[in-house]
Design a protein around this ligand. Structure first.
Ligand SMILES: Cc1cc2nc3c(=O)[nH]c(=O)nc-3n(C[C@H](O)[C@H](O)[C@H](O)COP(=O)(O)OP(=O)(O)OC[C@H]3O[C@@H](n4cnc5c(N)ncnc54)[C@H](O)[C@@H]3O)c2cc1C
Length: 462
């Protein structure tokens, strides 16, 4: 339903005139996330700063039946924060305070608009560690991470957002403010409401405060860049590293097409860019000696498994150089191709070679260029399908089929269609490929129980 002028006036009363945006130019900024092909400017952007204001907005939305799309920092890769069915965007950007870092309990209490990297820095200054590190950590928000259950390169050792959230305050679609959990390591009290809302992509409730577990900050870290002549050897190495009982903090994978693209984009030679595949192996710990020993062991293991060379980075400068291609990859692909479809399949770790081999074959048969990279330690592969010179007609007619071939292969290998980017509006059509009818029906019932009027983030997930 269209947002009427009287609703805009009521919203201004709740959050103040300057926190309601209605000018077209302002709305444009909130009309997309990091998927440029999705472009849906909302009818208004509303920026509350307290849970009470969010509650009043949701009560108004329930009464006047307009849609509300929560938004963190807008770095999502599945269109989750885009108002595809109109209504308002509720931006959490003013919820930007780290309320407390409790060193005794090793917990942080934060507002959801806090940028993930800022929390990491604040914790590190006290010798504490918030290890969830999406590659977008300098721009994404904790609330977005909570809603997407985000992971990052360090998930191989430290896990994902779900492993760190112990408490929340959230506003339900009818405006009720709920709280669950606390600064608690354990909690099995009733149904786990926190973990139903966590990862629900802003479709069940709006988080307004989060309590996060922190751990001691490891003192030392070494990263290795390891080139291979084929991705099978690279993937085998991943399995062998885990079999050696060393848990790397990072195990990232890139294929040659990706590294070469970065090299061309950055206009400089990158290390080992002629290798068919590269691994970045990161190790951390509190004993410098033990870490040296482990990196030696991992290095030998890589060479035995077919690595062509090894670059060791133990200074920040060397690490920056080593990570450059990995960090710049997505931006590079966007720069070299008019359109990029980034899929986010996840398979059991040992099945990575089969998955990559399949994408190479899909690319060969379809004529759509594909670049693979991702979190090899988690079996999470980003499959980027590039538009490049492909005609409009072919792109429109065949893209969906190519995506579905990639998804089918992941499912056949015992994997699924998204490991961290979520369903959003991008993959809702394909959700039934991965989730059976009974499970899907249950998910719809959960949505209906939270949001019977369908006003919170409509057009997503289903
Ligand atoms: C270069 C790049 C690298 C990336 N790397 C990774 C990676 O390594 N791992 C990874 O997991 N993701 C990655 N992402 C994707 C993205 O950064 C994450 O999904 C991130 O968690 C989104 O956070 P955000 O604040 O930008 O959320 P937004 O994009 O604003 O929103 C994402 C979803 O969260 C919901 N939401 C936001 N705040 C709240 C809230 N307070 N309450 C309820 N719902 C809310 C929105 O409705 C939407 O559905 C990457 C993106 C880019 C552009």
């Amino acid at each position: 339903m269209k947002v009427e002028q009287s609703v805009i006036e009521a919203l201004k009363e709740i959050v103040g005139q300057s926190n309601v945006l209605t000018q077209q130019a302002e709305l444009e900024n909130y009309g997309h996330d990091e998927i440029p092909s999705l472009h849906f400017p909302p009818e208004a952007v509303v920026k509350p700063a307290t849970a009470d204001e969010v509650s009043r907005i949701m009560k108004l939305a329930s009464a006047r039946k307009f849609s509300v799309t929560p938004r963190g920092a807008g770095t999502g890769l599945s269109g989750g924060s885009v108002a595809v069915e109109g209504g308002i965007v509720l931006s959490l950007e003013r919820f930007n305070k780290i309320l407390e870092i409790d060193q005794d309990n090793m917990m942080a209490v934060v507002e959801p608009g806090v940028i993930t990297g800022q929390l990491q820095k604040a914790a590190a200054a006290l010798g504490l560690f918030y290890p969830v590190d999406p590659a977008s950590l300098d721009s994404c928000s904790i609330g977005g991470n909570f809603a997407e259950n985000s992971g990052g390169p360090q998930a191989a050792k430290y896990g994902i957002t779900r492993h760190y959230v112990t408490g929340m305050e959230a506003v339900l679609p009818d405006g009720e403010i709920i709280r669950y959990g606390g600064k608690l390591v354990k909690n099995v009290t009733g149904y786990d409401l926190l973990n139903i809302i966590l990862g629900s992509e802003g479709t069940l409730a709006i988080a307004t405060k989060l309590i996060l577990k922190l751990i001691p900050l490891p003192k030392y870290r070494i990263d290795l860049l390891v080139p291979f002549s084929g991705f099978e050897a690279a993937a085998d190495t991943v399995t062998k590293i885990f079999q050696s009982r060393i848990t790397p903090v990072v195990l990232e994978f890139m294929d040659k097409a990706g590294v070469k693209s970065c090299e061309a984009f950055l206009g400089k030679k990158l290390p080992f860019s002629d290798a068919e595949a590269q691994l970045i192996v990161g190790l951390d710990g509190n004993s410098e000696e033990l870490l040296d020993e482990e990196s030696q062991q991992v290095g030998e293991l890589c060479l035995e498994a077919g690595a062509e060379d090894i670059l060791v980075a133990d200074t920040q400068f060397a690490k920056d150089n080593l990570w450059e291609a990995r960090r710049e990859l997505l931006e590079t692909l966007k720069a070299i191709s008019r359109q990029v479809e980034v899929e986010d399949v996840v398979v059991p770790r040992a099945k990575i070679p089969q998955m990559i081999r399949a994408t190479v074959e899909i690319s060969r048969q379809s004529g759509f260029p594909i670049v693979n990279w991702g979190h090899a330690g988690d079996g999470n592969i980003h499959v980027a399908i590039l538009r490049k010179e492909i005609s409009d007609q072919k792109w429109e007619a065949e893209l969906e089929g190519v995506i579905e071939q990639v998804f089918s292969k992941a499912l056949e290998l015992g994997g699924t269609i998204t490991g961290e980017h979520g369903i959003g509006c991008l993959k809702r059509k394909q959700l039934p490929m991965a989730v059976g009818p009974a499970e899907l029906a249950l998910m719809r019932k959960i949505k209906a129980a939270f949001d019977p009027d369908g006003i919170l983030n409509p057009g997503k997930m289903f």
